[in-house]
Design a protein around this ligand. Structure first.
Ligand SMILES: *[C@@H]1O[C@H](CO)[C@@H](O)[C@H](O)[C@H]1NC(C)=O
Length: 308
């Protein structure tokens, strides 16, 4: 009979316990890359069965997985490990089921795992008596795989064409959306730059800077550098050499040709006019000369007649 009862109890427990644990659930990103000296934002959210819990009854705790009392974040900073004091902040609003954690000034031993746990005060006034809920399965491990910051990547069309718009995109991945890396260019003005910031996967963000320039002939073989400055002053950069293809430009042929043809036409018109004018004049002169000659020849003829 004892064993039967035990089995029954175990069955009941097995049925009930997941219901209880499922109702209070936190989801935390499992692993995140972090950059030493920079910051990291750990996305975290939780669900609970009770609707509209006042934020004042909720206490969020982040602690080391090895020991619940090794708190890296708590409202009362005196209960936080000295090493983490002032470096951790709950960015999420517990009232909105958001337990997102920010750790700044990352140190190389901040690997974790760090776990989220929530305490619920029985009443708003009696905050010392708490129902405790623990989500030990919801922990994050930070990977300090990046002693140096990642280099930005540049994407662009292969060749630039003179006097045509040319865009270069500089992108860098990071895990600190609360202090986005600053991307700067070695050339270009603010109005030539567009900035984009987006989450690419849970906890991972991409900052983008898009530079739109109109390359000139003199930009051929010049370098364009994009520098990323991360929170905590670490920098990295990427450089691109511009190859500017000249646009086919016939101005150096067209302008002199037009000038030569224009001059020739004007000269030709002038010549025709002058020739016409002179022809007329010559004709007139010939007529006059003709009459003089006729008269002269008449005279001569008359004289010769008289002689004879
Ligand atoms: C949680 O809070 C953070 C910081 O304010 C915010 O960026 C994020 O979008 C919030 N998450 C959700 C699911 O609302």
């Amino acid at each position: 009979m004892d064993t039967k009862r035990m089995i029954f109890c175990l069955l009941v427990a097995a049925i009930i316990s997941p219901v209880f644990t499922e109702e209070w659930r936190a989801s935390v990103v499992k692993e995140l890359d972090a950059l030493v000296t920079s910051c990291v934002v750990v996305p975290c959210s939780f669900t609970h069965p009770k609707e509209n819990l006042p934020t004042s009854r909720l206490r969020g705790i982040w602690h080391r997985s090895t020991d619940k009392n090794q708190r890296i974040y708590y409202e009362d900073s005196t209960q936080v490990l000295e090493n983490f004091r002032g470096r951790t902040k709950l960015l999420g609003q517990l009232g909105q089921n958001n337990c997102t954690l920010e750790i700044t000034n990352i140190k190389d031993h901040d690997n974790g795992p760090f776990c989220f746990r929530i305490e619920l005060a029985r009443t708003e006034t009696d905050t010392s008596t708490v129902d405790k809920f623990s989500f030990v399965e919801s922990c994050v491990t930070l990977r300090m795989s990046l002693p140096d910051p990642p280099n930005p990547t540049l994407s662009h069309p292969k060749t630039a064409i003179q006097d045509r718009p040319y865009t270069i995109t500089c992108s860098v991945r990071h895990t600190c959306p609360s202090h986005v890396p600053k991307l700067t260019w070695s050339r270009g003005t603010a109005d030539e730059v567009t900035e984009v910031h987006k989450e690419i996967s849970l906890g991972y963000w991409e900052a983008q800077s898009i530079l739109a320039i109109i390359p000139e002939e003199k930009d051929d073989h010049s370098d364009v550098t994009c520098t990323a400055e991360f929170n905590g002053q670490k920098t990295s950069s990427a450089t691109l050499r511009l190859y500017v293809k000249r646009t086919e430009n016939y101005n150096h042929i067209i302008i002199p040709t037009v000038a030569v043809i224009g001059t020739a036409v004007i000269f030709a018109v002038f010549c025709i006019f002058m020739v016409k004018r002179y022809k007329k004049r010559i004709a007139e002169l010939q007529n006059q000369e003709g009459s003089v000659w006729n008269r002269l020849s008449e005279c001569l003829a008359g004289e010769s007649k008289g002689e004879n």
